[in-house]
Design a binder for this molecule. Sequence first.
Ligand SMILES: [Zn+2]
Ligand SMILES: [Zn+2]
Length: 450
Amino acid sequence: MHALGTSPAHSQVILTILCALPTLESLFAAIRVSKAFHSAYKKHAKQVLHSVTSNFVGPALPLALQVVRHDDRLRGEDSMTEDSENEDEIALQSALKEARTLVENANMVAEWEDLFSFLRKNRRFKTSQLTPLESWRFRKAMYRIMIYSRLFPSDKSAYSVSTTPDNRKLSEELAARNKFLSDCFTNELGQLQVVAEFMAQIIRWVDSVDGLDMQVFGDFISIAQSAGPAVILECYKTLGFEPLTEEINRLCPDTTPEYFEDTRPRPLLSGYLTNSITAALQSRDPGYAPYNQTIHFGTGRECSHCAQQIFSLGLWGETTWDYLSLSSPILGTYLFPSAASFMKGELPRNVVELKHVEALLVKIPFKEIYDDIFNKGLKLPSYPDRNNDFWLCYQCLTKFITDHLHLWVIMKRKEAKEKVADDCWYGYNCRTQVKLHHAQKLNHLCEPKR
Ligand SMILES: [Zn+2]
Ligand SMILES: [Zn+2]
């Protein structure tokens, strides 16, 4: 009887098991707990790493590898120049590094896919509901855009190339972009168009939320696209364009903020993705009509309350509440400390009640408030019953909160068995509540009775 892993047959089985693991975490866990697994891994590390990452990254692996290897080349493979005796160890370290970056990129692409699926396919699920084929197409397009943004960065030269007709640099650069895209099948170019437009939509949404209104600068969306999907996702997650300005500062020092504000024609930036993709499609079919967003996606979605047509990302709902909570460093300030602006009638002038409101807002996330309004019978009849398709524009969201916040606060106080004063007849409309004595004597977080 052999000890585990010592016979050739055992080793083969162990190797097969390691190669079938779905994630790097599971691989590292496996080799930590078993000596036999560890030595099989040591012996075939590159093969195992490659196999596990390819399980994780999926069929878009060839493109994913191109992205990673492009970045490696840029870094100049400095680890290779180290004069070490142990070449195997170096090879293992670089295989490990590559595997980790592949996984990191794949996670980022998966986050994009979840977002895409949610906004374009099925709003009931936050994780991707794309079919394997749709997912593969989407991911290929994402990786291609990552490669494209690396090959044609918005650096100093892209910034300074002008439109003079005989500009050799400009035509060379455009030809290089065309050549890159000409490797794609026509349906892949179409998918690139869809994904590029989706990225543009996310950028517009961040812009509409962060209040800086970057869109007035003509090339803004193109500049953001040129920074690549990872940077745009970071902007989306932090609801601001700091990651983008940092990236542009890195690529093109000395130009920001002019980079964004410059209105001179910058042919390598404007229409960064869309123009090149359209050109590639037109070179195959001269009759190809330039991309038209409405054909592909229809018009915006309706706000559930005012029925105003809003471009779909501008609506607030189930998946975006977290942005409104104090625990979120981004929009936590939406409700707090501006609580006063969400209080009905004369309540903003009532310091006693404002204290009660703020005490609750500090510790309770908005999602819970929202759930309570529906689940605990606070919802006013003028709002629709809860369903999965309840989406509000910013104005209606603000009105929704203003209509319910005082009802919710008093409910919470009663739930906590706090001593609550009798209701004032004039409720939130009472004009005397500005006087401390009156505010302390009666409750004003209630509807007026006269
Ligand atoms: Zn509305
Ligand atoms: Zn009163």
